[in-house]
Design a protein around this ligand. Structure first.
Ligand SMILES: Cc1cc2nc3c(=O)[nH]c(=O)nc-3n(C[C@H](O)[C@H](O)[C@H](O)COP(=O)(O)OP(=O)(O)OC[C@H]3O[C@@H](n4cnc5c(N)ncnc54)[C@H](O)[C@@H]3O)c2cc1C
Length: 374
């Protein structure tokens, strides 16, 4: 077995973000260890809605819109590479996606959001359409009469995110990556030009360290001179029994999975516990049934809650440490959408030891200091 001190990079946290970065490093021949709490951990990566989503991303930060579009465009290559390396189909589809509104107020609000988004300087070339009920009903058979209108973006898609999670793990390990469950990191110290990590499973040494521990990044970041202020935000999801396929596009809160079940989601609640509650679930179910009345006839088979990894402004943080060269951090609340960027772009820069400021400065957590002063 490889000695622990032999690693080029220790990736702390084996959720979707960590697994993507780790696979991206391992496919370049880097010697990588992933240190993770294991399947006992509360992971956003196991409870998400599986959208690869572009529309409405980046209001207030056009660079985030560009970053999201770049990942959506790289997703077909990611799905193909994972299939080639693992024979696992992550069921990625990009038919375009809809956001539906159920009142005039929601419709006006959505129009405003999409107009302000498109009017920003430095936005990428993305076409959005605002559609009224009649046109939506033509494109979405079975649409309910309560739907007033909606927005459509051709770059939106979805996948099977549990399969994605598994494929990233398998692909990484086939490239020689070591995954260590039950290795929760308690302390990180600079050591011999690299880092020594004290974990619940023993000590590990590596030349570089990448923090991808989800909510755990807030505690770990100061150990390597970084600041990654994140908080949990609860999201609840309903899954129905399998149904005959009728929904050929993902909707931001309703999608039919590759296996046939309907996923209805997903709430955004300021809460620290991943617990489900019928008041929120009933709102999700009611809205979904008003969008597509046939959903009301389906049995619910599962519900769950999971915690998003949320920054103050909702945008990601990518950062390298000035005081601890070789230490990096990454956090976001769209780890499915951004998986392709984490594999192909972020990991590449970590391997080279430098995040180019032209692309990454905007994502530094130093923006929160500016907001504090302002
Ligand atoms: C309800 C819901 C719906 C969502 N829908 C979408 C969607 O449609 N599309 C999309 O793109 N994204 C979506 N997301 C977000 C997506 O799931 C997350 O961005 C992604 O899972 C975050 O992954 P992560 O790896 O940062 O965090 P997590 O999945 O939380 O993983 C963190 C990992 O770090 C480990 N860890 C923590 N502390 C330590 C430590 N000290 N030492 C070692 N390991 C540690 C944990 O064991 C865990 O494995 C959704 C999230 C939720 C909750």
């Amino acid at each position: 077995m490889q000695a622990h001190s032999d690693y080029d990079v220790a990736v702390v946290g084996g959720g979707l973000v960590g697994s993507s970065v780790a696979f991206g490093l391992a496919r370049q021949g880097q010697r990588v260890v992933v240190l993770d709490e294991g399947d006992v951990a509360f992971r956003a990566s196991r409870g998400n809605f599986a959208l690869v989503w572009v529309q409405s991303k980046g209001l207030g930060m056009p660079a985030y819109s560009r970053w999201t579009v770049k990942s959506a465009q790289a997703w077909p290559a990611l799905a193909q590479e994972l299939a080639d390396r693992t024979a696992l189909d992550v069921c990625y589809e990009r038919p375009g996606g809809f956001h539906l509104t159920l009142s005039e107020r929601e419709w006006t609000h959505r129009q405003g959001v999409m107009q302000r988004l498109s009017a920003q300087a430095d936005m990428p070339e993305v076409s959005f359409e605002m559609l009224e009920h009649a046109e939506l009903a033509r494109r979405l058979p079975g649409l309910g009469p309560d739907v007033v209108g909606g927005s459509f973006c051709p770059l939106d898609g979805h996948c099977n995110s549990l399969r994605l999670f598994r494929a990233l793990h398998v692909a990484g390990q086939r490239c020689g990556l070591h995954y260590r469950a039950f290795h929760g990191v308690d302390r990180i110290d600079p050591h011999g030009g690299g880092f020594k990590l004290m974990t619940t499973g023993g000590e590990v040494q590596a030349g570089k360290v990448v923090l991808t521990a989800g909510i755990g990044n807030a505690r770990l970041a100061p150990m390597v001179g970084l600041s990654i202020p994140v908080r949990p935000q609860r999201g609840q999801i309903i899954v129905t029994e399998k149904a005959e396929r009728f929904l050929h596009f993902p909707i931001s809160t309703v999608r039919q999975t590759d296996e046939g079940g309907l996923m209805l989601g997903d709430s955004q609640e300021e809460a620290v516990d991943p617990v489900v509650g019928t008041p929120v679930l009933s709102v999700l179910a009611d809205r979904a049934a008003r969008m597509f009345p046939r959903i009301a006839r389906l049995n619910v088979t599962r519900t769950w809650a999971a915690l998003r990894v949320m920054t103050r402004d909702g945008f990601p943080v990518y950062e390298q440490s000035a005081s601890h060269p070789g230490a990096f951090g990454a956090t976001c609340h769209s780890g499915v959408t951004l998986a392709a960027n984490h594999v192909f772009t972020f990991a590449d820069h970590v391997a080279r030891g430098h995040l180019p400021p032209a692309e990454f400065e905007v994502f530094s957590s130093r923006r929160f200091d500016v907001q504090k002063v302002a």
